[in-house]
Design a binder for this molecule. Structure first.
Ligand SMILES: [Zn+2]
Length: 681
């Protein structure tokens, strides 16, 4: 039953739903992990918690576990992702065998998968399913032709700018078209511009890879063409903003008419590009990295059509390589998998098939997934948990000594306006316009490309869809959307070690509680704080509060920029600032919620661990993860999240209760003087 009042009862008492979730009807009364939710056998008691909390909790696992050869990293999230993959695979297999009518969910799911698994057909067809696109490319003679090709929605390629439709940051009642710089094949500008050995090496291998792909496709002079393509992408990379700056929501909000854009960035026919992309009705856009656009337009104009043709040939091959014969797929994996992320072996074909179905018709699968694996009670119970976290945050808000009443009132109003989505969408995505054909893989991929584009740009014609989700229910993740001021928790994350109804409360608060707190915290991080409760990008801060916030954020950034993930590779504190603030706020909020749930009663000790010790152990346990070095370097350049080790140690050392729980003193490596500890929310 759904409680009508905000409840702070222990989670285990609230969340009895899993009893009806077990497959065999037997209520599993024991937690999935350990006796109360933390796997003590994976800890390393030889490492002092105050010296390295992450390895104290995960040390045995970290030194004994071997990353599977088809993975770039592995940890708690991966275990759940594997489970979801297996469950989705079963759904797909049944759909495939069902012989469901054309156009039904099962038909789309089953036939898309079947078309991917028919390797013999893929081999036999070679490049033929893309031949019309290559013919069109061969006929490209002018820069206008180049734009027409870039704009097509059925064939994925690349180009100096990309487009996306999202809610208008300054008008949450409508959608707007955002234009971003684009055009690179490597993950970030650093890969083109940095002199670090790793990047120099990857660049050279990228050029060889481009030549190999072109050669496979029968293109003459492949080596010379690869060199021109890398030179072009390097020029584009020079125009790109540093990734951390792209997080700045004010700097990236530049509303302008298409006419003004054409005058501001001449050399690229913006009107033609939009018209060809089905956006003839658009007369206003948001230019994200605005001052890069004149440079990109100039690069577009002064690069010969022949070079654009080669560039587009490569990018079409690259985008569709997984659906082409083995020679293309393997060459593509060799570079983008093995070289770039260090993954030794490609994922098994069936796993890639499951992934394709998830990317293409993920909500069709999600509908069946939640029916089977997410009991209806879960949604209501999770709502209670979210309310508990909001109550804890509201209580803390009243006690913050650095904030004036004026700003506090706005923060309070924003917190009260959060919307929460749990498990799955109230209204499901409608795929009825998408045709999937059992023996036509590339046709399916191209129809999915076109459908996805049309589905996105059609949003411009209507009101904001409040039921929209950006992750499928079977995704092991969660997100916050600043321009909607909403937090979203897909069904698949509501499992151990994040959440287990039979685990100790402290463990659930340190797991899913801190995850909920993290997402709420994004509404108040360095960028999220710039929006109000409606999602409107609007400054609601007094100057003194803003200065106080900035000083705290900067102190936290100072800590993170000193962390070295690999020799010579320190974290980018500006890039990871929002996530670090989300983590710190999330754990602080969840601890407060845990204390409130105890209602003044002492928590019992379990295996000699106090309640608050167990809370912190759980936080460290969810971040257990191993990375390949190549993948870690990639993430430090591109990922807004800090590596797991620092999501653990970087947070706990700022929280007084952690020092008390584990007796951490000035002799410990993670020790910070009380005055150096950062507390924001
Ligand atoms: Zn986050």
């Amino acid at each position: 039953m759904r409680p009508t009042t905000r409840s702070l009862a222990p989670i285990a008492a609230l969340l009895a739903f899993a009893a009806c979730a077990t497959a065999d009807g037997q209520a599993a009364r024991a937690p999935e992990i350990g006796a109360w939710g933390v796997d003590l056998a994976e800890m390393d008691p030889r490492v002092s918690p105050g010296d390295d909390f992450y390895r104290h909790v995960n040390g045995r696992w970290l030194t004994s576990y071997v990353i599977p050869s088809d993975r770039t990293n592995y940890g708690s999230f991966s275990v759940l992702a594997d489970r979801a993959e297996q469950q989705v695979f079963e759904i797909i297999e049944e759909a495939e065998a069902a012989g469901a009518p054309q156009g039904s969910s099962e038909q789309k799911i089953g036939d898309l998968y079947a078309s991917f698994m028919d390797e013999a057909a893929v081999e036999a067809q070679g490049l033929a399913p893309l031949q019309d696109a290559f013919d069109d490319l061969a006929a490209v003679r002018t820069h206008a032709d180049v734009l027409r090709f870039i704009a097509r929605d059925d064939v994925a390629s690349n180009g100096p700018v990309g487009a996306a439709v999202d809610v208008d940051f300054r008008n949450p009642d409508r959608y707007v078209l955002y234009l971003s710089h684009a055009g690179l094949g490597l993950p970030d500008r650093d890969y083109y511009l940095s002199d670090a050995e790793r990047f120099v090496d990857v660049r050279a291998q990228y050029e060889s890879h481009i030549a190999a792909m072109l050669t496979l496709a029968g293109v003459a002079d492949a080596a010379a063409k690869a060199s021109s393509i890398v030179a072009l992408e390097t020029r584009i990379a020079q125009a790109h903003w540093e990734r951390a700056r792209r997080r700045d929501r004010e700097a990236t909000y530049n509303l302008m008419t298409v006419e003004a854009l054409a005058a501001y960035a001449p050399g690229l026919d913006w009107r033609l590009l939009l018209d060809e992309a089905g956006l003839a009705a658009v007369d206003e856009i948001v230019a994200r990295e605005k001052d890069s656009f004149p440079t990109l337009a100039r690069i577009f104009a002064d690069t010969p059509v022949a070079v654009w043709r080669d560039y587009l040939t490569f990018h079409v091959l690259r985008a569709h390589a997984p659906y082409l014969p083995t020679a293309y797929a393997e060459e593509n994996f060799k570079f983008f998998g093995r070289t770039l992320t260090g993954q030794p072996e490609e994922r098994a074909r069936w796993r890639r098939g499951v992934e394709l179905v998830g990317q293409s018709v993920g909500f069709e699968v999600g509908k069946i997934y939640v029916d089977r694996h997410f009991p209806p009670e879960a949604k209501a119970e999770m709502e209670v948990l979210v309310d508990t976290l909001k109550a804890a945050f509201a209580a803390r808000l009243e006690t913050l000594d650095w904030m004036t009443e004026e700003t506090r009132a706005e923060a309070r109003a924003k917190l009260a306006s959060f919307t929460t989505k749990i498990g799955y969408p109230d209204e499901w995505e409608d795929y009825s316009a998408l045709e999937i054909v059992r023996d036509d893989l590339m046709g399916n991929v191209r129809r999915v490309n076109a459908w996805t584009w049309t589905d996105m740009i059609d949003k411009l014609d209507g009101p904001v869809d409040e039921h929209e989700w950006f992750m499928t229910p079977q995704t092991v993740n969660a997100y916050y959307s600043p321009n909607r001021n909403e937090i979203v928790f897909p069904a698949a994350i509501l499992q151990a070690p994040f959440f287990d109804p039979y685990a100790d409360d402290a463990v659930n608060y340190g797991g899913i509680g801190a995850v909920i707190g993290h997402e709420i915290g994004h509404g108040f991080d360095d960028q999220g704080r710039k929006s109000d409760g409606r999602g409107f990008l609007r400054d609601w801060w007094t100057a003194s509060d803003e200065a106080a916030f900035e000083a705290k954020a900067s102190a936290l950034g100072g800590q993170y920029s000193s962390y070295e993930a690999l020799p010579g590779h320190t974290l980018n504190a500006e890039l990871t600032m929002g996530e670090n603030i989300g983590d710190l706020g999330g754990v602080t909020m969840a601890l407060e919620a845990y204390r409130m749930s105890l209602g003044g009663r002492p928590a019992p000790a379990l295996d000699g661990y106090s309640g608050e010790q167990r809370f912190f152990l759980a936080w460290a346990q969810i971040w257990r993860r191993l990375y390949r070095d190549e993948e870690l370097i990639n993430r430090i350049s591109t990922d807004t999240h800090s590596p797991s080790e620092f999501r653990t140690n970087g947070v706990v050392r700022n929280i007084d209760a952690w020092y008390e729980a584990f007796g951490v003193d000035p002799g410990n490596a993670l020790y910070l003087e009380p005055g150096e500890r950062v507390s924001i929310w």
